[in-house]
Design a protein around this ligand. Structure first.
Ligand SMILES: [Fe+2]
Length: 133
């Protein structure tokens, strides 16, 4: 589970709100998968994908508007993560293995999310915040 205190805060409040929503979705996914609820796990995976796609495209527009120089590497990381999530959903639709989803959350998703916010998002928020103020 991700607790709110673990989430690094960035310079743009709306991004912090989005990151909090994302962490709550990841927690919901963990609850569904750990109780072996296949239907809810799949629905939450799809909800997380839709939320993440929207979240990333908002960040990408902000970076473009602020002419952020590291746009390409940040966007590439977003694209990589989205295609990983799509791949995980396809895999789960095939084998309905909630243990694999638990392993993904604990071995990858949670750490990735916190690290991405702490590194790439922190830098881009600082830049966009400075340009816009
Ligand atoms: Fe990002």
């Amino acid at each position: 589970m991700i607790v709110q205190e673990e989430l690094p805060m960035v310079a743009i409040p709306s991004m912090n709100d989005t990151h909090l929503e994302e962490s709550l979705l990841i927690n919901k996914l963990e609850t569904s998968a750990s109780s072996n609820d296949i239907e809810s796990t799949l629905a939450t995976l799809k909800e997380l994908l839709a939320h993440t796609a929207m979240h990333f495209s908002t960040e990408e527009s902000m970076m473009q508007e602020a002419k952020f120089l590291e746009y390409n590497s940040h966007k590439a990381e977003h694209d990589r993560h989205l295609s990983e999530l799509e791949h995980i959903i396809k895999y789960f639709e095939g084998n309905k293995d909630t243990n694999a989803i638990m392993a993904y959350i604990k071995g990858n998703l949670k750490a990735w999310m916190l690290d991405h916010v702490k590194t790439m998002d922190t830098v881009m928020a600082e830049h966009c915040h400075t340009v816009n103020s």
